[in-house]
Design a protein around this ligand. Sequence first.
Ligand code: 3H9
Length: 697
Amino acid sequence: MTASVSYTVTGQIGNIVIDSPPVNALSRAVRQGIIECLKVAEADDTEVVVLRCEGRTFIAGADITEFGKPPQAPALATVLEALESHPKPVVAVIHGTALGGGLELALCCDYRLAAATAKVGLPEVNLGLLPGAGGTQRLPRLTGLKMAIDMITSGRPLSAGDAQAAGIVDEVSDDDLQQAALDFAGELLSRGAGKRLTRDIPFQLNDDDTALLSGARDTIAKRLKGQTAPQRILDCLSAAGTVPFEDGLKVERQAFEACMADPQSSALRHQFFAERAAAKIQGMTPDTEAQAVKHVGIIGAGTMGGGIAMCFAQAGFQVTLVDQDQEGIDRGLGTIRKNYDISVQRGRLSSDQVTGYLANLEATADWQALKGADLIIEAVFENLELKQQVFQRLDEICDARTILASNTSYQSIDALAAVTNRPERVVGMHFFSPANVMRLLEVVRGGASDDTTLTTAMAVGKQIGKVCVLSGMCYGFIGNRMLRHYGREAALCVMEGASPAQVDQAMEQWGMAMGPMAVGDLAGLDIGYRAREQLSDEEKGPRINYLLVDRLVEAGRLGQKSGAGYYRYDPETRARQEDPVVADIIEATRAELGITARELTAEEIVDRLTLALANEGARILEEGIAQRASDIDVVYCHGYGFPRFRGGPMHAAEARGLSSVVDRITQFRQTLNPDNWALAPLLERLASNGGSLKDAS
Ligand code: 3H9
């Protein structure tokens, strides 16, 4: 018995209780404690053992903080052997989330009882891993192959009810779980139920299973392009149904170790901790509490405002959506309804759910309806004067405690705060389009934003399911400021000789969800064009950076919305196709600028685009705009389709080696436009002193 695991006896029942906050992960102390308790239970005169957890959840998995460090005995496998070879039946009692090693441990128990609210899953794939404690061998024996493929390759948990239907848990209880556990154990005793090992269930692949596996291989290769763990999972599931159990365990162990050594897993584990670290605001007064937010006002029923309203309505907030007139309101509500209709058609939401969400939403042209709101988010057209007028008006209408947030992508939060009498309660909340889908929320700290305001914005963001990252004030904040450099290099690669498709393919092959040209077409090429119309030649920068886009827009090619941009789009399927007309426009633009095309390799394209991000990211970090390098990684993976299995632009740079990064940037400075490749001083310093971006916050 250890501080984390205790043992008590209730009549003929031995109770092992794990109490290791926050999530009862299988740390060394927990593993040791379980083994010791099992020994005691073996020697006493109890007849059945119940294993449960204190706190918010059953075991949420192996202790991820131990990964990458030398293993410490006892191994998890030893704990599982002790459970299976224990002379008395063991019941796992599950509440909260039994995940990863936690579920695998439960599968080694003889019986499983779950609270109705519990969930069970094997989410290792999200960490670039696979269940390494027998999960790939035991789960299919209980559920059959199809469910095992779905659960393990998606990492998605099942509800207790679904888990019971799938054969993973024996009983689900709505009542007091501890009492239910005693009753369940009592019932086992009364019917003299004995040991019942999952490993003993016969499981052999038939022809249908073999076909299922090969189909899954193809689908996953497309859906999870470039990722290694899902294919290894299928290898293990195949072994489960073709070789004896112990040999299957060996296949799983080897595959688990291969995953653990794979850079994809360190990148994904980095993301796991990065997402959680991002929620923490450095230098915050320790007892700062978030203000209660129930009623949220949103100004502007356009695409962004509507999407933001959906996020809040779905999370149960009372939402008041304000637009200037009935026409704007009708249009906004129409779009929201259309989005929900699509979700219902696709089976993602039920019509009852949608009715409930819409009931939380009021749309009006009457600003007085905002009185009493706790938080207001402005999402009007990107124009400083207009936004300032909105802030002034809100300042007059709203209570002094109301937090005023702007969804601006570029404008100065300080310039907005300056027109109010509550600058400390003004903050940026920058959502990404489509706001009801994209998980990133940049919370932008204005010069005067106080701790409560920032904490509230971050807490509310979490409540609506966003991953929140704090950004300091600069043009474009973290994400869009870096994007300019990425977009510039993409444009230059095309001007120098690559085709748009070549650039997109290089980036997509590398793992980006969508290449930069395809993203440009999706967003609309006219947006940048119109923005440039307001700028002087000097502000626009060198023509080579944007001339091609201008020529495309002038030819009526605005992107997907006009059916053509860098590509031509099939009106039915929206599939992109290369267009010879674009090749002609590119050639003419090159000729206009006096450029002779050259060959570019995929490697050059990927290096230029990703290192342009890392270089600007390093500046952002050094200026204190981002709190930590890992925050920048979270921004890119959740807001810009950067592959999580590469960890984010800063992690990718660190994994490559900062000296190699500096050498490559230096080479670009010497061979490309040197103005674009001034080395970030932080990168230079860290590369020369062997430092790490992790410590540079
Ligand atoms: C595995 O099991 C491998 C095996 O197959 C084979 C082994 C041989 N370890 O997310 P939260 C920390 S792989 C260590 O904010 P929530 C987390 O960092 C594992 N720490 O709470 C955070 O710390 P901090 C498979 C962990 O309520 C704190 O707990 N399992 C672990 O929103 C609270 O976390 C998984 O992948 C861990 N396993 O969500 C499950 N888990 O406060 C991963 C959490 O210092 N975990 N922490 O920032 C989760 O999905 C969520 O944490 C959970 C709770 C749903 C459990």
